[in-house]
Design a protein around this ligand. Structure first.
Ligand code: KIV
Ligand code: ZN
Length: 390
């Protein structure tokens, strides 16, 4: 287990697609799956085959259309679900069944009206059944975030014995704090017999904005797979964002971890998913938001123009963008104005710059943001009026 490689398990097409109003059709799912393959994800969770004929068909078609990633189908820990998932995966070059059951007392008592012993057996039975169809079986302990560690360890041990290859420890409700979730993973590493033969997976939700932090805490404590979605889409406040974890691993050599993601494709795939799902990305979203590489205050702009790394920790080219943006607002200084003027073809003398800057500020106070076409007008009008004055 303990190489520093982190497998990226993308669930945009399953947990991500559970967003209200964001249904994709099969051709759109195939298109996204093929881009995920180019991006370098290790596993594509293609759907929940028993949930609808459409989902079943999408898992079948994605299995036919991708080659390298493992294709995974979700099921409840129910025989019929598992069989339908196996059927949907029959064309996959490498298929995985993802089955499981809720293990927290909330789930055991209110959802299943059962008890811990029965749930433990049930989980192991689900894995045993799935193993009849595929070698690669991932077990999820739903609501593991709120499951007592000692009991969770017993469940993990039972499903490993039954043949699970991957153990998914979901923080289904997004409740855990990073140190608590990391400690949970460490507890399992230290207390579950046979855990060295399986991959531990982090599956975090973002209800408290901690999904990325929790996933990183998990890999710092022994998890070697992260389940995530493009743009962090998913149920309620969403899942761990793929672009964030991929870039954290890349930007922090101290973690001593690697992944297969081609980061230059992160922005293109983010736009593709946002467009196909009709779900806009918040402008301040890390890595892929429209403001993620935009600078608008004069002090920052001056710094970035002098040397990009003064205010940027990631080169925009690394994540598939052409450049950082210097946005002209009333907070911008002369350096930003001269820079943007130069970009659109004007080299201003110091005197010209002073004049243009004064007019620019009047416009910027009214208009909030000054675009290239506004700047053309401001510069032409100012130059003309200075000629007339002369
Ligand atoms: O959040 C969760 O617990 C899940 C499981 C079904 C894996 O999505
Ligand atoms: Zn989930």
């Amino acid at each position: 287990m303990d190489t520093g490689h982190v497998f990226i398990f993308d669930t945009t097409l399953r947990d991500g697609e559970q967003v209200p109003g964001c249904k994709l059709n099969t051709p759109q799912k195939i298109e996204i799956a093929q881009q995920l393959e180019k991006l370098g994800v290790d596993v594509i969770e293609a759907g929940f085959p028993i949930s609808s004929p459409g989902d079943f068909k999408s898992v079948v078609e994605i299995s036919k259309h991708v080659t390298n990633p493992v294709v995974c189908g979700l099921s409840r820990g129910v025989k019929k679900d598992i069989e339908v998932a196996a059927d949907a995966l029959k064309y996959a070059k490498r298929g995985r069944i993802h089955t499981g059951i809720g293990t927290s007392d909330h789930h055991i008592k209110y959802k299943f009206k059962s008890n811990r012993e029965r749930i433990l057996e049930w989980g192991a039975e689900a894995v045993t059944h799935a193993k009849k169809f595929v070698e690669d079986v991932e077990f999820y302990a739903e609501d593991a975030g709120r499951t007592e560690n000692e009991y969770l360890a017993r469940v993990c041990e039972a499903v490993i014995k039954a043949g699970a290859t991957v153990l998914n420890i979901p923080d289904t409700t997004g409740y855990c704090l990073p140190d608590e979730y990391g400690a949970k993973i460490k507890y399992l590493v230290d207390n579950v017999r046979g855990i060295e033969n399986v991959t531990i997976s982090a599956h975090c939700h973002n209800d408290l904005g901690l999904a990325t932090a929790n996933s990183i805490s998990a890999v710092m404590n022994g998890a070697r797979q992260i389940e995530c979605t493009i743009n962090g889409i998913g149920e309620r406040a969403g899942n761990t964002s793929l672009e964030e974890v991929a870039m954290i691993i890349k930007q922090h050599p101290r973690l001593n971890l690697t992944n297969n993601i081609n980061s230059k494709l992160l922005n293109p795939i983010s736009r593709l998913v946002a467009e196909r799902m009709g779900m806009l990305v918040q402008p301040n979203k890390a890595i892929v938001g429209s403001n993620a590489f935009a600078h608008s205050s004069g002090i920052h702009q001056d710094g970035v123009i002098k040397h990009r790394e003064t205010y940027e920790i990631i080169d925009p080219l690394e994540v598939g963008l052409d450049e950082s943006l210097i946005v002209l607002t009333a907070r911008s200084g002369r350096a930003a104005l001269a820079y943007r003027a130069h970009k659109i073809g004007y080299t201003l003398t110091k005197l010209e710059l002073d004049r243009v800057y004064e007019v620019f500020l009047d416009h910027a106070d009214v208009k909030k943001e000054i675009f290239d076409e506004d700047l053309h007008e401001i510069i032409s009008a100012t130059r003309l009026s200075s000629k007339v004055e002369a």
